[in-house]
Design a protein around this ligand. Structure first.
Ligand code: KG4
Ligand code: ZN
Length: 351
């Protein structure tokens, strides 16, 4: 039978996204409009300007998604959007656009959980799909969590961050090191700077984590990194080379914490009577290649039985996009489930 075609809209943070995906796993289009010009000035997301930018860009994003797919609205079977979690005002832009299109064109509508969508991306993109149940690391600018994914619609939170999200820590440390937003963002700029360091300088010592805990915590690491940067600056030692060495040590400490929590989370799953059969990592920070190398190695001996294989979405679908939103809606839509046209954003929606 004819594949089911979904148009999805996403505006939960800074990127304005629209995509068209069909049930036979074809990505017809994937449009992501960034707000880098604004971030460059404010060194981060400016909430009010982000709403204005989404409002301005969303119609053109939808138009481009249709044009790229060479489709018209009557080729679209349903509309999906990110219902939450995210920044309230930003979420409202995709929500309103999706609802209005859906009711005017009499199409089914589905609101999607952004974090579930990050977690399910690999089931669309990867030729080999990770077996359920699996443990998923979600690392982005707003979240740091380990989730046990029992099936495409059953998620169990295992650990989250006690303070700030790892992506936020990367962004703030990058700013302290004087990096600029650039084309790919502060986190990617920090990864690049770290890659230019050829030593893991042992004189730069950083706390990795709160020992013995399942929860993540990054504030202590950020504060310690700031102290070192301030100290080197005062003593006139903050050369480009030193900045690169600090970036490398910071990245190592942050990723080491992720490795440690993976091993603990596997144990925690066993306490809950579940043996994860694979590991997934997604979200903007999971584009980091140092993280990928270390995490893959750690997972190989984090379990007691078979080595756990780690599945990552392709880099461009690890960061925010609407392809993952369309795909996460597909299961419900194919079961003929839908949401009402009065649906509202859920800024604090738990996974
Ligand atoms: O998932 P995402 O695109 O947006 C949300 O926050 O939902 O993730 C963005 C975050 C930012 O904090 C960014 O600095 C971080 O992911 N990031 C990275 C890298 N690329 C993006 N962090 C570390 N290394 C990277 N290569
Ligand atoms: Zn995200």
């Amino acid at each position: 039978s004819k594949p089911f075609v979904v148009l999805a809209l996403e505006s939960s943070a800074d990127d304005t996204c629209a995509a068209i995906v069909s049930s036979n796993r074809t990505i017809h289009s994937n449009i992501v409009l960034k707000q880098n010009h604004i971030h460059q000035i404010y060194a981060g997301i400016h909430p009010h300007l982000a709403i204005l930018s989404h409002t301005e860009q969303m119609p053109f994003t939808v138009r481009r998604a249709l044009d790229t797919a060479q489709m018209q609205m009557n080729d679209i079977d349903a509309i999906a959007f990110t219902q939450g979690p995210g920044m309230g005002g930003c979420l409202a832009v995709a929500c309103n656009a999706a609802k209005t299109l859906a009711i005017a064109l009499e199409k089914p509508l589905v609101g999607v959980n952004h974090m579930r969508a990050h977690a399910l991306t690999v089931t669309l993109t990867n030729p080999e799909v990770p077996p359920f149940p699996h443990l998923t690391l979600l690392v982005s600018g707003g979240h740091t969590m380990l989730v046990l994914v029992h099936s495409e619609d059953k998620f169990e939170l295992i650990a989250q961050t006690a303070d700030e999200a790892i992506g936020c820590t990367f962004d703030r440390v990058a700013a302290l090191l004087g990096l600029e937003w650039g084309k790919r963002g502060l986190g990617a700029a920090l990864e690049h700077l770290a890659s230019t360091s050829d030593t893991l300088d042992p004189s730069i010592t950083l706390p990795t984590m709160m020992p013995g805990q399942l929860e993540f915590s990054f504030c202590g690491l950020r504060a310690a990194t700031k102290r070192i940067i301030d100290h080197k600056q005062r003593s006139g030692e903050l050369s480009d080379r030193t900045r690169a060495d600090i970036a490398a040590r910071f990245q190592q400490a942050a990723v080491m914490q992720l490795e440690d929590k993976l091993a603990r989370a596997v144990k925690e799953c066993r306490v809950r009577g579940v043996q994860p059969r694979a590991v997934v990592a997604s979200g903007g920070v999971a584009t980091n290649l140092y993280l990928r190398t270390r995490y893959t190695a750690e997972a190989a001996h984090a379990g007691t039985g078979e080595p756990l294989q780690v599945f990552y979405p392709p880099l461009e679908l690890c960061t925010d996009n609407a392809v993952m939103i369309a795909w996460a809606a597909m299961g419900r839509l194919l079961k003929r489930e839908r949401d009402g046209y009065g649906i509202r954003p859920l800024a604090g929606w738990k996974i």
